[in-house]
Each structure stands twice: as C-alpha cells, then as structure tokens.
Ligand binder design. Structure first.
Ligand code: HEC
Length: 101
C-alpha cells in the first residue's frame, strides 16, 4: 500500500511540469492562437523553439514579447499584450515553449 502510494507520488512529480505548463497555456488562452505543432493565428511552439535554439537571450526576449505583444517576427499579425500574467507564470510558459521538440 505504502509502495503504491510512493510510486504514484513520484510519477505525479515527474509528470506534473509538462501538464502544469499546458494548463497554464490554457488558463491564459495562449491556446486560442497557438498550438504546439501547427500554426494557428500565431506560430507553432515547436517552430518557436527551433527558431531560438541556441539563443541564450531568447528566454528574456520572449518573456518581454508575450508581456508587451507585438508583430513582425513571424508575420504582420500582432500578438496581443498580456500585462497581467505574473512573471513566474510567464517564465514557466516561455521555458515550456522553448523546450518543445
Ligand atoms: C491573439 C492571438 C495570440 C494570443 C492570445 C497569444 N499569442 Fe503568442 N503570438 C501570436 C502571433 C500572431 C505571434 C507572431 C508575432 C510576430 O510575428 O512577431 C505570436 C508569437 C509568439 C511567440 C514568439 C515571439 C517571437 O518574437 O518570436 C511566443 C513565445 C508566444 N507567441 C507565446 C505566447 C504565449 C505564452 C501566449 C499566452 C500567454 C500567447 N503567445 C498568446 C498570437 C497570439
């Protein structure tokens, strides 16, 4: 009984980060314009990750971009600003986007 509980706990901890970030993306309606592997209104998160692979400044740059919105990198359509998302959540979202493969 104890072992099963422990195993469930460990699995929960391992599976939680990816889930939590998908839930964040849904919570903040990023998923209205973005999907992981196909272009919707905005670029696929996989394409974003590919574009910034190896770019050390990407995390800070993209956090600011999501917060302030803007256009011109992927096309003329602007992303809306998201000024009310807490920085910790913004950081988690951007890290998650950049970790897509
Ligand atoms: C209204 C639609 C819309 C919503 C909602 C939206 N995005 Fe975007 N997003 C876009 C568009 C359009 C672009 C491309 C902007 C450009 O070409 O510069 C983009 C670009 C991006 C980029 C790449 C930026 C760059 O400069 O390369 C990231 C990262 C991103 N979005 C993350 C998010 C996250 C995280 C959320 C949720 C908090 C979100 N987006 C919500 C439309 C949206």
């Amino acid at each position: 009984m104890k072992k099963t509980l422990l195993a469930a706990l460990i699995m929960g901890v391992v599976a939680a980060p990816a889930m939590a970030n998908m839930q964040l993306a849904q919570k903040y309606a990023c998923t209205a314009c973005h999907a992981v592997d196909k272009k919707l209104v905005g670029p696929a998160y996989k394409d974003v990750a590919k574009k910034y692979a190896g770019d050390k400044g990407a995390e800070a740059k993209l956090i600011a971009k999501v917060k302030n919105g803007g256009s011109g990198v992927w096309g003329p359509v602007p992303m809306t600003p998201h000024p009310s998302i807490p920085d910790a959540d913004l950081k988690a979202l951007v890290k998650w986007v950049l970790s897509q493969k």
